[in-house]
Structure formats: structure tokens, C-alpha cells
Design a protein around this ligand. Structure first.
Ligand SMILES: [Zn+2]
Length: 448
């Protein structure tokens, strides 16, 4: 068996700043050029990466060695990226039960850093990334994306994420982080004072936290520094949130899509709100219920992804459970990346009707946003088909009328598909990462 250069990876210490900086620098310079590659160049690169992945996995990853053996798959079978479909997909459950044999044997134990994916039902999925190197890759992709909005490392950034401390100032990174766990008015008063002194130019945030903070600014009529761009991540963004943020800050709002599984990374660009899938990060496919490719604009299917950046725990044709709509062929920005019109639903962001139909929760959530004007936050909860509990955090001014509007809005839109119960709660609990989940789906997930 031919040994690819991927299998000769030298030993890495658990965390080395040198490895981190070298990886970041190598990837960032590479992405500066590759982002304007032609379609042919992208295809050539992806073909090479898939071949390398098969060589590496055959030599070093027991799970894939057995799988390729039973399907008689060899690197020379790959002559174009779509030849990867000869390999069967891997599901979340298969990863869970085969985790030890998915670890690459040519790495020492301390090269592996454990990472957990968020799971909305059942237990979270445990995965591995390569110490230090994963962070360099992550920073490089994030930087190339932020530079599209005019970001420079000397600019100051505020960020709302799931930190446990209330706020942290990183002078070297020129970043002021604030916690998405603390969103009461008194917390926002404190954040506001800090932000005014800090004078940021950019914001990165979970959509839910920044929405709450912006509603607070709107209500209190406080002036705010000029912001050049907003970068959202971590949660689905709704159109009404995008509109609120674009109007209030009068700047572009960028969004990204990705996973802890690190197989796919897509972001919007300076010219469009469509998701541009980085072909350097991995190979993305969209498939229908029977596993056939979905390629026509406007059609939807499940995202299946093969990561090129994580050699210690490679995932080939991972079924993400996320549903997306195929986008246009081209974007005015000049990048020839595959485009997704939108990401409709992430795993478990569906609700099931009495007739066993699956409806994206975004649609239901939108009805609440449209029909309730004094709702601070809410969350949809389902454990039985056709039954939904809506947990509502009231805002000052909430009245019986708001409740009637929500119920009527649902009835008009969904007829008798669901029976609704409203429950009032003081707050919506965040996940361990501090993210807000707008739907808790307890009915076990069955892939499309
Ligand atoms: Zn573009």
C-alpha cells in the first residue's frame, strides 16, 4: 500500500503555540489564494484530498480499513470528487459505536483532544481533534471570512458567547467577551458601560444573545458605537433577527454554518446571504431520502460531509442530519464555492404533527415572533407527536391578548396539526456552551 504524506505526521505535543501559529499561517496564506480558484482547480484539489484521505484511512484507521476492504475501495477508484459516493455514509450512531476504531493509529494518545457535539436528544457525541492544529485551522478559516467584511487584527471586537465568567477582556486579541448566560437588564447595563469604554468596531455573537441585547438598546434609546459588521454563529438565524440587527446597527450581518464534527464550514459573503461552502475544508454533498445526489437549484436534501482538516479522527461521508436548499451556481463575489440557498433545519429542529409529518421548527417559531409583541424569549418543547408546549418568558406589557394572538396565529397557520400549551417561565435555560435552543425535541430522530 502506497503511503501518503498524511500518514507521516510527526509527533505533536498536546498544545504547542508553534504548531498553532504555523498551522494558522499556512492555512491562512493558502486560503488567500484558493478562495478565487476556478471550478476546475477546486475539483482537482478535492479529488486529491479524497484520495489522500482514503490512503491515510486505509493505512491508519481500523474502521475504514475494514469498510474499504469489504467494499473493495482503493484510492485509484477516485478520479473526481463525486467518486466518493462509492463509500457508504457514516451516521452519528455509527460514530458513537465505532469511536475507538475511528482514531488514527499513527498518532500518540496525547495528540487527541476530546471534543463534544451538542446533542438535542440522547447523549452528546464524543469526537477527537488534533491538539493545537485544529485551533490553527479554525482561526485561519474564521479570519479569511471576517476579512471579507473589512476586519483587520488591530480592530476591536465584542463577542456574546457561552463563557462562564460574566465578561473577559483579552487585550492581545482586542476582544471583549460577554456571557450569553447573563442577559438580565442589570447585566446589559453593565455590558453597555464596558462596551462604550471599549469602542468596538465588530461584533461576533450567538444570534439570540445579540437580539436580546439589541432589543435592550432599542428600548433604552442608548447611543452605540459605529459597527462595521456583525458575525453570527452557533444557532439558526431567523429573518426577523437579521432585519432587526441590520436596521439597528446599519451594517452587514454575516452568518456561518459548521459543526464540532469539523467536516463542513460555510459562511455568507460580502455580496450575498447565501452560504458559501469552503471546498478546502471538506467535500459537501446534498442527498435525497434514497441517497441520490440533489444538485438542482431550489431543491433540498440532507447535508453529507467529508472533512479534509482532521486527520486524527477522519469522517468520510458523515450524515449531518441537517437539511439545506441548493443555491445558485455563481455569486457576484467571484468565488466558485458551492452555494446553499439556506439551511432549513439543523438536526432535531423539527416538530412532528399529529399526522406524523415533520415541520421545520423555524416556521413555528416565526409564528410566535409575528404574533407576540411582549415575549422576551420562548422555546418549543415536544415529546409527543402533535403536542407542543411553548415556554414563554414574558416582557413588561404581556397580556391575555398576546396569548390569544399566539394561539390564533398557530391555529390559522397549522390548523389542527398541533395542540398547544403555553407555560410561563422566568427564563430559558442555556446549553452548556451557553447557546439558546429554540426547540427541544424529545421524539427520537429518524433520519430522512
Ligand atoms: Zn459570494
Amino acid at each position: 500500500m502506497e503511503k501518503g504524506h498524511l500518514s507521516r505526521t510527526p509527533y505533536q505535543k498536546p498544545f504547542s503555540y508553534i504548531v498553532f501559529l504555523n498551522t494558522f499561517s499556512k492555512w491562512y496564506h493558502f486560503l488567500q489564494k484558493s478562495q478565487y480558484w476556478t471550478k476546475d482547480q477546486i475539483e482537482e484539489y478535492q479529488t486529491k484530498k479524497v484520495k489522500e484521505l482514503i490512503v491515510h484511512s486505509t493505512s491508519n484507521v481500523p474502521y475504514y480499513r475494514r469498510l474499504f476492504d469489504s467494499y473493495s475501495i482503493k484510492p485509484y477508484h477516485i478520479n473526481k470528487p463525486s467518486d466518493i459516493t462509492k463509500i457508504p455514509c457514516i451516521t452519528r450512531e455509527e460514530i458513537k459505536y465505532n469511536r475507538p476504531t475511528l482514531k488514527a493509529e499513527n498518532y500518540p494518545n496525547d495528540a487527541f483532544k476530546k471534543t463534544m457535539t451538542g446533542g438535542t436528544t440522547g447523549s452528546p457525541l464524543e469526537l477527537y481533534v488534533e491538539h493545537a492544529r485544529w485551533l490553527g485551522v479554525h482561526f485561519a478559516f474564521n479570519k479569511i471570512y471576517m476579512v471579507r467584511a473589512g476586519y483587520h487584527w488591530t480592530n476591536k471586537v465584542i463577542s456574546f458567547t457561552g463563557i462562564t465568567k460574566k465578561h473577559i477582556h483579552h487585550p492581545i486579541l482586542r476582544t471583549l467577551e460577554m456571557s450569553s448566560f447573563h442577559t438580565l437588564k442589570k447585566d446589559f447595563d453593565e455590558y453597555y458601560e464596558k462596551i462604550i469604554r471599549f469602542k468596538p468596531s465588530f461584533i461576533t455573537s450567538y444570534p439570540s444573545s445579540l437580539t436580546l441585547f439589541t432589543q435592550y438598546l432599542n428600548n433604552s434609546q442608548k447611543p452605540f458605537p459605529l459597527i462595521h459588521a456583525i458575525f453570527l454563529h452557533g444557532e439558526t438565524i431567523f429573518d426577523w433577527q437579521r432585519n432587526l440587527l441590520e436596521n439597528y446597527y446599519d451594517c452587514p450581518v454575516f452568518d456561518q454554518y459548521g459543526h464540532r464534527e469539523r467536516c463542513v464550514f460555510a459562511t455568507t459573503c460580502e455580496r450575498s446571504n447565501k452560504y458559501h461552502v469552503f471546498p478546502e475544508y471538506g467535500l459537501m454533498e446534498i442527498i435525497d431520502k434514497s441517497g441520490n445526489p440533489v444538485t438542482r437549484k431550489g431543491e433540498q436534501g440532507e447535508i453529507v460531509a467529508t472533512g479534509f482538516t482532521n486527520k486524527v479522527f477522519p469522517l468520510i461521508r458523515y450524515k449531518t442530519g441537517d437539511i439545506a436548499v441548493v443555491g445558485e451556481e455563481h455569486c457576484e463575489c467571484g468565488r466558485h464555492y458551492p452555494l446553499l440557498e439556506k439551511i432549513i433545519g439543523r438536526t432535531q429542529e423539527y416538530l412532528i404533527t399529529q399526522d406524523h409529518e415533520r415541520i421545520p421548527a423555524t416556521g413555528l417559531y416565526h409564528v410566535i415572533a409575528e404574533h407576540a409583541h411582549h415575549v422576551k424569549e420562548c422555546q418549543l418543547y415536544q415529546e409527543t407527536e402533535g403536542d407542543i408546549i411553548i415556554y414563554v418568558v414574558k416582557e413588561a406589557g404581556f397580556s391575555e391578548n398576546d396569548e390569544k394572538h399566539i394561539l390564533k396565529g398557530f391555529k390559522d397557520r397549522f390548523k389542527d396539526s398541533f395542540s398547544l400549551t403555553l407555560r410561563y417561565v422566568p427564563s430559558i435555560e442555556r446549553t452548556k456552551q451557553g447557546k439558546y435552543r429554540y426547540v427541544i425535541q424529545k421524539i427520537p430522530y429518524t433520519p430522512l
